[in-house]
Design a protein around this ligand. Structure first.
Ligand SMILES: [Zn+2]
Length: 137
């Protein structure tokens, strides 16, 4: 859908301006969540680069605390495992394993970033402003 930030209207994906208020600035969100105090978070679709690069910091920025904690524990856990078991070995294979594990972690964060954020925010104070539509961006 194409979301209009000025009037919260869900527009058709082919729209060039909002059908309700005529605003030309429409954003391709999958859904929009709104907090009880009115703060809005747009959920996009596709690969989430901020989640892949910043991981738990990105989810903390969005105040998805539970998800942030899970991601932070995973990230630091990977580093701790590497330090505990592989810091004394000279075998470069272990470094590759660590890099591989971390790359997988980043990929999983990016692939599922928006979906996880949406789910975690809805656990707390957020509700869907406009229901997500199937088969639409
Ligand atoms: Zn509008």
């Amino acid at each position: 859908m194409l979301y209009c930030q000025s009037c919260d209207t869900d527009n058709d994906t082919s729209a060039h301006k909002c059908r309700e208020c005529g605003c030309p600035y429409l954003i391709p969100y999958k859904s929009v969540l709104v907090r009880s105090d009115g703060k809005r978070v747009g959920i996009k679709s596709g690969f989430c680069w901020p989640a892949a690069i910043f991981g738990w910091m990105w989810t903390a920025y969005h105040r998805a605390w539970r998800l942030s904690l899970i991601l932070a524990v995973t990230a630091f856990g990977l580093l701790a495992l590497d330090h505990l078991f592989f810091s004394n070995t000279q075998n470069p294979l272990w470094s590759l394993l660590t890099i591989g594990a971390y790359a997988s972690y980043m990929f999983i964060c990016g692939k599922n970033g928006y979906a996880l954020l949406e789910k975690d925010l809805q656990r707390v104070d957020y509700t869907a402003l406009i229901k997500p539509q199937a088969n639409v961006l």
